[in-house]
Design a protein around this ligand. Structure first.
Ligand SMILES: *[C@@H]1O[C@H](CO)[C@@H](O)[C@H](O)[C@H]1NC(C)=O
Ligand SMILES: *[C@@H]1O[C@H](CO)[C@@H](O)[C@H](O)[C@H]1NC(C)=O
Ligand SMILES: *[C@@H]1O[C@H](CO)[C@@H](O)[C@H](O)[C@H]1NC(C)=O
Ligand SMILES: *[C@@H]1O[C@H](CO)[C@@H](O)[C@H](O)[C@H]1NC(C)=O
Ligand SMILES: *[C@@H]1O[C@H](CO)[C@@H](O)[C@H](O)[C@H]1NC(C)=O
Ligand SMILES: *[C@@H]1O[C@H](CO)[C@@H](O)[C@H](O)[C@H]1NC(C)=O
Ligand SMILES: *[C@@H]1O[C@H](CO)[C@@H](O)[C@H](O)[C@H]1NC(C)=O
Ligand SMILES: *[C@@H]1O[C@H](CO)[C@@H](O)[C@H](O)[C@H]1NC(C)=O
Ligand SMILES: *[C@@H]1O[C@H](CO)[C@@H](O)[C@H](O)[C@H]1NC(C)=O
Ligand SMILES: *[C@@H]1O[C@H](CO)[C@@H](O)[C@H](O)[C@H]1NC(C)=O
Length: 476
């Protein structure tokens, strides 16, 4: 399988203003200002730290029929072999930089990547990982079905898993490697099929050698090559997708942790979203838990237990990053007050939402204003040194409760999202708690709304309706 690559691949209490007399009240750890806006969160420091044991989510969502449990790659809920995969914040944040560079690289657009990589050969070394998402789901593949732990990624199209006999090479994974010859529902995709041509016109290069073969390469040179095939994919006992098109990877490199592969949720013909359009109507939602010691969920289709109060903002396509879901951020408020930045800071550039990027990347003008405002609000806390991506850190080791300012993101069409406290600060440990945002190189760079800021929200992708929804308290 050596050969050419085709395509990538809450102080509550009173909040007083000297200018305006504001009557505020306290409710459930939040404090509200005028207009009912949350101004701060009072949180116990221990609630910001992950617990050493797993507390699976018990929301209504866990009873939905087409739901998968979402687990953080590193932490007590993960069944992956942790000694080969320990939680290392430095590494996670380096990988996050690598992913962001890849997404923002000017050369990253579907047609272009196809051409430029058609002549590139398989790199011998596997570099740092793409950090392709830190959240996992467990699916069943084949007949009889085998459990596979896959990374889920809204920025990828093709779903693939490592396959025996690993003609090229396979990396260590926690689950047994899928063996197509032991499954009665496995079929190769023929070269002449529409699926094979969709693969080449999409984000996985294809070539023909008897049957349709795929080759996908990610921004850091991680890759997977193998047979494009169909299989029975089991989401839950009642939800089985027949003839699901996936990559049976015989030659896989790069460090995907010890996950068995990846499940692609982008808007592309070969993604699971399009493949299941008839059943689930190109509609899915997920909730990422507040910490590694809780679980979330990924649901396909519009379930009757779906939250009724979802605020929707339009989804768009960003030309140079067409496989990502484009959104429009219009502003940011801290303690209910808009940051004083020109409105063009957001309107001039493009923005996407990504399940795989950890930390939201903001235009430097917006980040700088955010940081200044948050630092003022946090002025009475002990600061900690800057670390990796972060320049605004605090030492909460001597505090039992802290009051942190609310941060509200405003999206097009009047959608205002008050971030969960766990979406405001990135907690390495009680003595390193950092403002969980980073600045892009320039205001014109692509803005990325990352997964930390999505925590605890049910994030709804109505791909057919071209809208993205947020509903609070989707999971713990
Ligand atoms: C964490 O990752 C960084 C970067 O990869 C590495 O230099 C460091 O040694 C790792 N720390 C531990 C404890 O493994
Ligand atoms: C793709 O990237 C190339 C530069 O690498 C650029 O010339 C081309 O215009 C881009 N295409 C689109 C559709 O953005
Ligand atoms: C497969 O996963 C299901 C649900 O995640 C679990 O109940 C079952 O025990 C697993 N089977 C094996 C063989 O690991
Ligand atoms: C893969 O796993 C085997 C057995 O658990 C171990 O001996 C080997 O060192 C691992 N290889 C890598 C590259 O981590
Ligand atoms: C799929 O193709 C590979 C390579 O040609 C072959 O070894 C394998 O037997 C085929 N599997 C089936 C079920 O046709
Ligand atoms: C095509 O398939 C044959 C037999 O399965 C194999 O020997 C050959 O190396 C393959 N060619 C390429 C370019 O992968
Ligand atoms: C990936 O491989 C290409 C060509 O082999 C090389 O130019 C590039 O620097 C590599 N990127 C990384 C992140 O290793
Ligand atoms: C999906 O494939 C059809 C026909 O093959 C094509 O017309 C359409 O543009 C493709 N859509 C996407 C999102 O790739
Ligand atoms: C926004 O774009 C306009 C026109 O391209 C430009 O004149 C202006 O300087 C830009 N503003 C910012 C804040 O980048
Ligand atoms: C910091 O503490 C001082 C003295 O207790 C108080 O007057 C001030 O309002 C506090 N500042 C903030 C931002 O909470």
């Amino acid at each position: 399988m050596e050969g050419s690559f085709f395509c990538v691949f809450k102080r509550a209490l009173l909040f007083l203003s000297l200018q305006v007399l504001m009557i505020c009240f306290m409710h459930q750890g939040y404090s509200y200002g005028v207009e009912g806006k949350i101004t701060s969160h009072t949180v116990s420091v221990s609630s910001l730290l992950p617990s050493p044991s797993c507390s699976p989510s018990t929301t209504k969502a866990s009873n939905r029929k087409s739901t998968l449990e979402v687990i953080h790659k590193h932490g007590p809920c993960s069944q992956l072999v942790q000694d080969q995969n320990p939680l290392n914040h430095t590494k996670i944040l380096l990988q996050d930089e690598s992913r962001v560079k890849w997404i923002q690289s000017k050369s990253f657009n579907s047609s272009d990547s196809l051409k430029s990589l058609a002549v590139a050969s398989l790199p011998a070394k596997s570099g740092i990982t793409i950090g392709t998402g830190n959240y996992l789901v467990n699916v069943g593949l084949g007949t009889p079905k085998k459990n596979l732990t896959l990374i889920f990624d809204t920025g990828s199209s093709l779903t693939w898993t490592q396959c025996q006999p690993c003609v090229g090479s396979c990396y260590n994974q926690s689950d047994p490697i899928f063996n197509p010859s032991q499954s009665s529902s496995y079929s190769n995709v023929s070269c002449a099929s529409t699926a094979c041509s969709q693969l080449s016109s999409g984000h996985g290069g294809s070539r023909c050698n008897g049957t349709c073969q795929y080759s996908i390469r990610y921004g850091d040179n991680s890759s997977s090559t193998g047979f494009f095939a169909t299989e029975k994919l089991t989401i839950s006992p009642t939800e089985v997708i027949d003839n699901f098109k996936f990559g049976c990877g015989e030659n896989n490199q790069g460090l995907f942790g010890t996950a068995a592969g990846l499940i692609g949720l982008s808007d592309n013909n070969i993604s699971i979203v399009e493949q299941t359009a008839a059943t689930y109507g190109k509609y899915f939602s997920y909730c990422l838990p507040s910490s590694t010691s809780f679980t979330g969920h990924l649901t396909f289709g519009k379930d009757s237990t779906a939250p009724s109060s979802v605020s929707f903002t339009p989804l768009s396509t960003v030309p140079q990053s067409s496989q990502f879901y484009g959104i429009s951020i219009v502003g940011i408020r801290v303690e209910g007050k808009p940051l004083s930045i020109p409105s063009t800071v957001f309107s001039n550039g493009s923005a996407i939402i990504d399940s795989g990027t950890v930390i939201t990347r903001l235009p430097p003008t917006a980040y700088s204003a955010l940081r200044t405002t948050v630092r003022k609000a946090m002025a009475n806390y002990t600061t900690a040194p800057a670390v990796s991506l972060f320049d605004t850190c605090y030492d909460f080791s001597k505090e039992s409760t802290v009051v942190i300012p609310s941060i509200t993101f405003s999206f097009a069409e009047g959608v205002n999202i008050d971030l969960d406290p766990t979406g405001i600060f990135y907690v390495e440990d009680a003595s390193h708690v950092c403002l969980a945002f980073a600045a892009n190189g320039a205001d014109s760079d692509l803005v990325i709304y990352g997964n930390t800021q999505q925590r605890t929200f049910e994030v709804v992708y109505d791909v057919a309706g071209r809208k993205l929804g947020f509903s609070p308290n989707g999971c713990s």
